[in-house]
Design a protein around this ligand. Structure first.
Ligand SMILES: NC(=O)C1=CN([C@@H]2O[C@H](COP(=O)(O)OP(=O)(O)OC[C@H]3O[C@@H](n4cnc5c(N)ncnc54)[C@H](OP(=O)(O)O)[C@@H]3O)[C@@H](O)[C@H]2O)[C@@H](O)CC1
Ligand SMILES: [K+]
Length: 501
């Protein structure tokens, strides 16, 4: 499991060690780890052109010390000093190692000399600001961030890509986009959450010894072993009921595709049985595509009360948002089993949030627009502050929240927010959310908590999409939502196969 921390949590942990260790020890560890990672990112160090963008704080200090180490290995190192001051120890070390200095202090903008240096660099280090950065980058940092993002060489962020809020992933103005982020001590929360996460490239953590002093994490990402341990698997005594019966209420006479996809997600994720309840046309479509499902035509008046016993419900995809859909959704939410609410179901809940007040656990799976409607804020506001809004929704609505997006978040009051790391841009296509709802529903019915079901479903959904998009000889191709459902068995096989070798 990858755990991540806010800037304050990192600083508190660092303080314990700073008091115990000789001055400069932590920065020495950070700079050494940074220089090693940079050397690995280059075909060879000797003769390489290295440019350091150094701010006035300790982030600039790390960068200058690492530059000195690279210069001692034969790199041609130029430091661009961009802050109103420069880290004295780092600057002296770089000078002693033969590095050159371009001092921008007092200059309103970087100028052509910097543009030329950046354009010719094999390796560019972004050491403008780290965990001490606040708000939008000021000049000349903002212009330098733009230059760095477009640099032709390998761009490495020191601790945090400058302009990304290390604690939240928020990006208030310009921010550097890098190939590699070398972060110190532990991952920062903002490196895992968009929009910041999309600036990070590959994330590499340098151990500087603060691990034992870190608190419980506020954010975590499940790894393959965690998901393997959580995934429901049938045992010798399992039958279809013990594996979990999931009920799906989806589709309408106008929209049938979402129903087929949600049922497909549940079937392929390993539900013991899928009961599908809806209007006549989606029932016909589901029967044609998934003969494994037990189907029933229901009316809004009777609801799902006579549908047969289920261990969890999925309600919402393609069901419409009118009064009849509302009545049907209410009958599902009146039940005493866990319910996953998705898509149109969320629009209905935004109309009457009391639908979500129930004794049994509830999982909602909104995208930013749906969450915005539930919270009464704009989609842009949710996108800009995803962590805050996912947490707020979990607290205010008393439910587990799976916020979809390029990095999916799972929030539940009192628990670390889980970030999914398996997503792929190929998933950004219609209907994949319906498949996700089906997968999570199957896991809920198997007995996983809303929190684990949502996290595992997001993980397997991303992995299945990668399986579906990837070819045996490498390369990737566009996928349709049904391909994600069909990719699930192979994804589960790959995850649960004993390690080779
Ligand atoms: N603590 C430790 O033991 C260890 C810490 N380590 C390293 O220290 C880093 C933290 O160093 P830090 O605290 O000096 O802050 P840092 O990130 O350099 O930023 C401060 C500078 O940024 C500036 N600035 C801020 N916002 C800005 C903006 N929007 N736009 C423009 N400028 C802005 C601010 O300017 P000012 O406000 O003073 O004008 C100030 O000059 C950490 O990330 C890691 O790399 C490692 O060595 C391991 C051990
Ligand atoms: K930085």
């Amino acid at each position: 499991m990858l755990t991540a921390y806010t800037s304050d949590e990192i600083r508190t942990a660092e303080r314990v060690l700073i008091e115990r260790l000789p001055e400069g020890t932590l920065m020495g560890r950070a700079a050494t780890g940074l220089a090693i990672a940079c050397a690995r990112a280059l075909p060879r160090v000797y003769g390489s052109r290295v440019v350091l963008l150094a701010g006035g704080g300790d982030n600039g200090g790390d960068t200058l010390y690492a530059g000195a180490l690279l210069a001692r290995r034969g790199a041609r190192v130029h430091a661009v000093l961009a802050g109103s001051r420069a880290h004295e120890g780092g600057l002296a070390a770089l000078r002693r190692a033969g590095g050159r200095i371009l001092d921008l202090r007092g200059a309103p903008e970087p100028g052509p000399a910097v543009t030329d240096l950046v354009g010719a660099a094999d390796l560019l280090l972004d050491g403008l600001v780290g965990i001490g950065g606040t708000g939008a980058l000021r000049e000349p940092y903002a212009t330098l961030a733009g230059l760095a993002s477009g640099a032709p060489g390998v761009v490495v962020a020191v601790d945090v890509p400058s302009g990304v809020d290390a604690s939240t992933g928020e990006v208030a103005g310009d921010a550097v986009r890098v190939h590699l982020t070398v972060t110190f001590g532990a991952a920062k929360t903002g490196l895992l959450i968009d929009p910041g996460a999309s600036h990070v490239g590959t994330l590499h953590t340098v151990d500087i010894g603060i691990g034992p002093h870190l608190p419980e994490p506020g954010v975590a990402a499940l790894g393959a072993a965690d998901v393997t341990g959580l995934l429901p698997r049938p045992g010798a005594k399992s039958d279809k009921y013990r594996r979990g019966v999931v009920g799906v209420v989806a589709g309408s006479d106008r929209f049938t595709g979402a129903a087929v996809l949600a049922v497909g997600g549940a079937v392929r994720a390993g539900a013991g049985l899928v009961r599908f309840a809806s209007a006549a046309e989606p029932v016909r479509q589901v029967r044609a595509r998934w003969p494994e499902a037990v189907t029933k035509i229901v009316t809004p008046e009777e609801g799902v009360r006579e549908t047969g016993r289920v261990q969890a419900w999925v309600v919402g995809p393609g069901m419409g948002t009118g009064d009849e859909a509302f009545a049907l959704a209410r009958s599902v939410l009146d039940s005493d089993v866990p319910v996953l609410v998705d898509a149109d179901g969320l629009t209905l809940c935004a109309r009457d949030r009391s639908l979500l007040r129930r004794a049994a656990p509830t999982l909602i799976t909104p995208h930013a627009g749906e969450l915005g409607r539930l919270l009464g804020v704009s989609v842009a506001e949710v996108e800009a502050r995803r962590l805050r809004h996912a947490r707020r929704a979990a607290d205010e609505l008393g439910v587990t929240v799976l916020l979809k997006g390029s990095t999916t978040l799972v929030a539940q009051a009192g628990m670390p927010v889980r970030v999914n790391t398996t997503g792929t841009p190929w998933l950004a296509t219609g209907g994949t959310g319906d498949v996700l709802a089906g997968i999570a529903g199957a896991y809920l019915a198997a007995g996983l908590s809303c929190y684990d079901a949502a996290s595992c479903a997001a993980y397997m959904h991303g992995l299945a999409a990668r399986v579906a998009a990837g070819g045996p000889e490498g390369g990737e191709a566009p996928i349709a939502a049904l391909d994600v459902a069909l990719g699930l068995p192979e994804a589960i096989r790959r995850l649960t196969a004993p390690a080779r070798g």
